[in-house]
Design a protein around this ligand. Structure first.
Ligand code: MG
Length: 267
């Protein structure tokens, strides 16, 4: 389906989550770097006509851009709160107002986290993440429930999402990975486009939902995606294999396909 629509002249918007999707989860987020081979492939795809790329993440926008290091693509950081649309920066206008509440929550969460060796807090200014991948597995439920207790007064202002061995917390201002997908597609400015989204966790659900509503293609990476995925691949390496095949198909489509009419035939 994807290739036939591309051949008919549609733009393909290839949208990816970063951690667990383009890059395997690592022992520490800073170790989750992109393989040069993946970067080369994404650069090649982004350079093709009628292909646009977007990468969305719970990470800070600046960190995401540094990790990916590709120009002329769209980025969404902090779970969709801040975007770089091929050089045009946008962020939610109310974010600054949320900073005092985030600071207050950081103080409370830090006290909880200090009780659990291996847990740590990533303060991203306009969002925060509780990481617990190094916490002994039998202590994780206790950590989660203590986080829930101190977070209770903030539930009306903050959104809590399960990430990869982490709890992602951002101000609830109505923007998420789903609205980020919308912003990216609006920025591309074409009615005739086919979006594809690949993600690995429940923090991708909003993006999957939008792409699904638009008749796009949803690819679940790993076993964590059940509701929205039209297709599943086992891990980031399998996604890379799929993209390599896609790239090969795109290479043999140098011109927009237009069916011949009888006039063409006899003309
Ligand atoms: Mg992910």
């Amino acid at each position: 389906m994807m290739m036939s629509r591309y051949r008919r002249g549609q733009l393909l918007a290839l949208l990816f989550d970063y951690d667990g999707t383009l890059v395997p989860l690592a022992a520490h987020p800073r170790l989750a770097t992109m393989m040069p081979r993946t970067r080369r492939l994404l650069r090649r795809l982004a350079g093709r006509s009628r292909i646009a790329l977007g990468i969305l993440s719970g990470r800070e926008l600046s960190e995401l851009r540094t990790l990916v290091s590709l120009r002329n693509i769209c980025y969404a950081g902090n779970s969709g709160l801040e975007l770089d649309l091929r050089g045009t920066l946008i962020s939610h206008p109310d974010l600054q107002n949320a900073i005092p509440a985030i600071s207050a929550l950081v103080g409370l969460l830090q006290k909880v986290i200090n009780k659990f060796p291996g847990a740590w807090l990533e303060d991203k200014m306009i969002g925060l993440t509780v990481h617990y991948r190094d916490v002994p597995i039998n202590q994780i439920p206790d950590l989660q429930s203590q986080v829930s207790v101190v977070s209770e007064p903030f539930l009306d202002r903050m959104r809590f999402t399960d990430g990869p061995k982490a709890i992602e917390i951002v101000p609830e201002v109505g923007w998420n990975k789903g609205t980020a997908v919308k912003f990216i597609l609006e920025h591309l400015g074409q009615d005739d486009l086919l979006p594809l989204y690949a993600g690995d966790a429940s923090n991708d659900d909003a993006a999957f939902e939008i792409v699904s509503e638009m008749g796009g293609i949803c690819i679940g990476v790993g076993a964590g995606i059940r509701h929205f995925a039209h297709y599943c691949v086992a891990d980031p390496a399998a996604l890379l294999s799929f993209l390599l095949v896609l790239d090969k198909y795109l290479r043999v489509v140098p011109i927009v396909y237009r069916p011949l009419t009888l006039d063409d035939y006899y003309g």
